[in-house]
Unconditional design. Sequence first.
Length: 177
Amino acid sequence: MTYTLQQLIDEWKLRRGLEPVRSDAAFHRFDALDIDTYIGRLVDKWYHSLLDSGPDTALIAHDIAPQLIPVSHAATKAVYRLPDGCRRLLQVDVDVSLPPAVIAEPGSTLARSQECPFARGKGGAPVAVRYGDLLHVYSFTTLPDAPPDRVLAIVTPPEGIYELSAEGLDSIADILS
């Protein structure tokens, strides 16, 4: 589901009991904090934190495989440039008929072991490692010449747009808890 900042501010107010306001009275103050701006900044910070480290099920995953740019390709190692805005990888399917790649953190023992051609892959599955804006895919067997069939990732949406699942929207109440 896609939301605007104002929709998320309204949702936060509703879940915190600040909306709907009474309609039989009006009260205006001009020396107070602009609450919408304040909540908007908190919502934006919460959302970007969710993009980086929130549960995968709270966000909308995008298939970025068509946007990968090949950098180099050898028999058991391929390198691709990730598109701008790619925050984190969720799944890499070199071939949808095979098990998905194991995603390893850069610097981990598994990632470091992929530099040895005889140790590439893990249990028959390829291994994918993200180094900055590059995706390295390693396999014990020969990799296809084509880019991976599917690469699911969390990406930064366009400015002013917030993509969330129902679970992600439920976590909005945690702001200022």
